[in-house]
Design a protein around this ligand. Sequence first.
Ligand code: SF4
Length: 475
Amino acid sequence: MSGGPYLRTLFLHPPSYEGFDGGAGSRYQARREIRSFWYPTWLAQPAALVPGSRLVDAPPDGLALADVLPLARQHELAVLHTSTPSFPHDVKVAEALKAENPALRIGFVGAHVAVHPEDALAASGAIEFVARNEFDFTIREVAEGRPLADVLGLNYRTNGTVHRTPERPVLEDMDALPSVVDVYKRDLTVENYVIGYLLHPYLSLYTGRGCRSKCTFCLWPQTVGGQRYRTRSAERVVEEIARARRLFPQVREFFFDDDTFTDDLPRAEAIARGLGRLGVTWSCNAKANVPYATLRVLRDNGLRLLLVGYESGDQEILNNIKKGLRLDVARRFTRDCHALGVTIHGTFILGLPGETRETIAETIRYAREIDPDTVQVSIAAPYPGTAMYREALDNGWLQGQALVDGRGLQQSALSYPHLPGAEIFDAVETFYRRFYFRPRKIFAIAREMARDRRVMARRLREGVEFVRFLAQRSR
Ligand code: SF4
């Protein structure tokens, strides 16, 4: 089997903790409350640029190390996507692949290695190179067999010496990237991708990269994506969804996983109108400041759900993290979504700088008051490369605790003199219980289940997983 002028290239999201949602599409990497997997879009993108390549996403496919080892002999180049929590484990996978086929060339990509490329190379002799930041065309050039010294955006090793090539310019023409949906079709099983609040099966992709906001905790805009929203044209997006629908007639919902799809409102409306003509159901990430008029256009053209980062119910914390959001605006936005029948999955973070016992209680009160349909509660994760990480270092808030424990569950790496990490950890469970174990929420879930048998089967399974998750955390 030959990839023509290209090296036979494997794009691998390595096997990791059981049920670990930490692939090339996961913004924070951990095992979730209920089994979840995002699409490995950041890996699918270079795979779409390298003819004859193969993308293997081990965790959703339930593949263990023994299952992926034979791939080492079938390929000349392996590109592994890694993350801060999974890095030590991913290095072991790289070493096992190298032992299986010593001629295999191995490179790492992802925000973690973009931030500390030298450390990543030093971690193991099995890693020949690290591609920094936006790595699509970097990897294509490596796969073309070019000398690494001629490829921008790399740190690499030759004969025991480490080199760094200049930065690759940020990609401006997003339409230059081929669609990922053909790689999805060739290599992935869409039924294996599950997100509790999205219809199943769902399909997600990006229509642009970067976010205009400057939230101090948020990894991608401060590393691989940048703080401008660079977009594909509305026509290309609508064409891509039309093609995806032909390729995947079973998909019930399309999700635009751009950091903030609503950063460009006229474009969001233009795409919505095109999707409305296609008659698809779709959803996206949004900031809690979209005006009513735009929400109505989106809703009238198939928008079902918005994934909204509220983060905190305390204005001072929102200011500390530079969220650029006022609580009164978020309240109005949420009321508008309720009035229009747009479902909201709201995400909150406990333990952000400025958090106290009182602000945690206030955030729980706020969540109950604005009442998104579902919530996700995370622990503040100080990823290297973010402003929040530097702030935590400067203030001595890092106590040497990793971002996840030995089972891949989130733990609090931040600890404040007035609020220890253990209390932040415990507050997550209190939040979930106080939000979900209310008659209003239980009736809403029961009503949803009664309407659709498929939803009933799924919610019952998720309910069991959720209770098990709470039990595991208290162990
Ligand atoms: S608005 Fe969302 S995606 Fe953008 S920087 Fe803030 S948290 Fe990140």
